[in-house]
Design a protein around this ligand. Structure first.
Ligand SMILES: [Zn+2]
Length: 57
C-alpha cells in the first residue's frame, strides 16, 4: 500500500492518496489531481522528484 499527501510537497491542500497499490498508482492519481485541482497539466521534473520522495510505499 502506498500513500501521499499534497501537503508533504508544500501545497496548501488537504488532498491525500491512501491505499494505492504502489508508487506508480499514486503517481497516476496525483497527476490527475494536480491537473484538476492545481492546474498543472504536465508537472515539471523538480515537482515530480519531490512527489516521488513524498510517496510512502
Ligand atoms: Zn493538492
Amino acid at each position: 500500500m502506498a500513500s501521499f499527501k499534497c501537503a508533504d510537497i508544500g501545497m496548501a491542500c488537504g488532498f491525500e492518496v491512501k491505499g494505492a497499490k504502489d508508487a506508480g498508482e499514486v503517481m497516476a492519481i496525483a497527476a490527475a489531481h494536480a491537473k484538476s485541482s492545481h492546474g498543472i497539466s504536465s508537472p515539471p521534473p523538480d515537482l515530480v522528484a519531490k512527489l516521488q520522495k513524498a510517496i510512502k510505499a
